[in-house]
Design a protein around this ligand. Sequence first.
Ligand code: PGA
Length: 239
Amino acid sequence: MKYLYIANWKMNLSFNQSIDFCTKNKNALQQLAQTADIVLCPSFIALAPIINMFKDTPITIGAQNCSEYATGTYTGEISALSLTEIGITYCIIGHSERRVYYHETTENLIKKIYLSYAANIIPIICIGESHHDFLNKKTFTVLAQQLEPIVLAIAEQQYHNKHIIIAYEPVWAIGTGIIPEQKQLITIFGWLAELMHQYLPDYTVQLVYGGSVNQNNITELKTIFHIIGCLIGNASTDF
Ligand code: PGA
């Protein structure tokens, strides 16, 4: 499997800026895609034109979120079905910004994951502890609280051979320029790999790191055995 780069543009790039980025960097992205898997996650309205721009390339497109409902009277929401209809391959679910600013709960996330799988979309599930929990040495407790109900709910569905991406993104590392120590990441990712194997043994599991990934720390991150890719926010808006 190639190294996986997931670009989460959040609301940092406007519609025009997203299209400009893709126009300007199309060739460079395709070149990079020879040695790495690339997933671009622009905002909802830029998804369709960007899918179109990359339709004959190995570059795939992901959404930053989807509705927890399949269909119905939910003004302003976008369903997983609509995403798959326009050609979306991945969907980020449970980013800490969604959990904090939009109060998304584990229950909400599980519904989104079910709908993503029903629409053949690969979920990129984000987990991560707050700075307070990190300082109080509660990282593993929080990660288990976030992840176990999700993987249990998925296991109960008895899907087989599905693909799942887990992004460990410590909240205190997002947008701060600080990343955890290498030793810590080795322990966390080793634990994550074991947990995923225990709950979802026949799944294709990809574990990625996110939080202040940039050109200075990527080389070190790439040396950590279980980390097979990165979810990149800010730095991904500058090719
Ligand atoms: P950052 O964001 O790279 O800007 O820290 C990562 C993320 O929130 O996914």
